[in-house]
Design a protein around this ligand. Structure first.
Ligand code: TXA
Ligand code: MG
Length: 317
């Protein structure tokens, strides 16, 4: 199969209407999209990604006003969150309606719903008469793509079309939350920060710890991973420990003398660092370094999501 690039919404729409998968830009990472209401289209996502069927997909909507088409018993608090963060990097887990195929939710009674903030994604969703199921557009377990070129590098020959919307502005995946009895449960930290969620004044519980529960592979200890060994910690100590190897260093704001450094934000902006994180991991995975070292980032704002992804990317060592 040949993989083409396009910037045409009409072309992407036509592929999707024929039941094909199309990689689409979102503000977080690129997604691998198909008609969420068509099981045979959704099946192609799992095939292209080599994704296990126990891993449910997020359903992307054109607007928060569509939530109640696909979910039932939506708590008021969930609607308040939707009002505030949609479009944006937030996924709400809600009790699903029957029209959402079991294949999309891996048989779970909940569905993840999200309204992406990328203009092309929104334009496409508005042009379609169905929502889009889309996981990140990477082979299962590998680093998520934040540009059309990243998608091509991993999925060329496996998908027919990539809608090119440039570089993703957020760079890490959406924050996944669930509301239970007015308590907010965070299942994955991401583009919406803990501080922003705390601002609602409701109790917030983090359930990010490594899980053996296959219903949430984004929580698997090893995920988002490069092929090379990655170590996260005090970089000066790690440089000493790996002094016999050629190292690639991912740092927040400063250069190191030993080894090549990829500075994520010379201006010390965590948002800019998040935007560059997956690009840096891919860069060193391809470079001639033998081991990747990364700093621990300030654990505030989107820094929490950066630390979470680095930890999981390092976990298969
Ligand atoms: O930012 C994002 O969320 C990106 C863009 C493309 O929208 N999507 C994304 O999808 O990161 P994916 O499939 O790579 O990660 C979604 C995570 C998975 O770990 C999945 O297990 C979890 O969300 N998930 C989806 N539906 C769920 C559900 N009903 N219950 C529990 N976890 C769910
Ligand atoms: Mg993913």
């Amino acid at each position: 199969m040949e993989t083409a690039f396009t910037t045409s919404i009409i072309e992407a729409k036509s592929f999707l209407e024929q039941g094909a998968v199309v990689a689409i830009p979102t503000e977080t990472v690129y997604g691998l999209a198909a008609n969420a209401l068509d099981e045979s289209a959704v099946m192609k996502i799992f095939e292209a990604k080599q994704r296990p069927h126990f891993d449910p997909l997020i359903v992307h909507l054109s607007s928060a006003s569509e939530i109640e088409k696909y979910a039932v018993e939506v708590p008021d608090f969930a609607l308040q969150l939707a009002e505030k963060f949609m479009p944006g990097p937030l996924t709400l887990l809600l009790k699903k309606k029957n029209l959402v195929p079991d294949l999309v939710t891996s048989g779970l009674s909940t569905v993840g719903l999200r309204v992406p903030a990328h203009p092309l994604a929104l334009e496409l969703l508005n042009a379609l008469s169905f929502p889009l199921a889309a996981p990140s557009a990477n082979p299962f377990g590998y680093i998520s793509p934040t540009s059309a070129a990243h998608v091509y590098a991993q999925l060329a020959g496996k998908i027919p079309l990539i809608l090119d919307g440039g570089d993703c502005s957020v760079g890490v995946e959406s924050t996944i939350v669930e509301v239970q009895n007015d308590v907010l449960i965070i299942h994955r930290v991401g583009g919406v920060s803990l501080e922003e969620l705390n601002a609602f004044g409701k109790p917030v519980v983090l359930q990010l710890n490594q899980s053996s529960n296959p219903s949430a592979p984004g929580k698997l200890a090893s995920h988002y991973a490069p092929r090379k060994p990655l170590h996260v910690g005090d970089v000066n100590e790690l440089i000493e420990k790996f002094r016999n190897l050629k190292v690639g260093i991912i740092s927040f704001e400063k250069r190191y003398d030993s080894g090549e450094t990829f500075v994520l934000s010379a201006q010390s902006s965590l948002n800019e660092a998040a935007k560059n994180l997956f690009k840096a991991l891919r860069y060193f995975d391809k470079s001639n370094c033998e081991v990747i070292l990364a700093e621990v980032f300030p654990n505030e704002g989107i820094g929490m999501a950066i630390n979470d992804r680095l930890k999981r990317a390092a976990a298969h060592q």
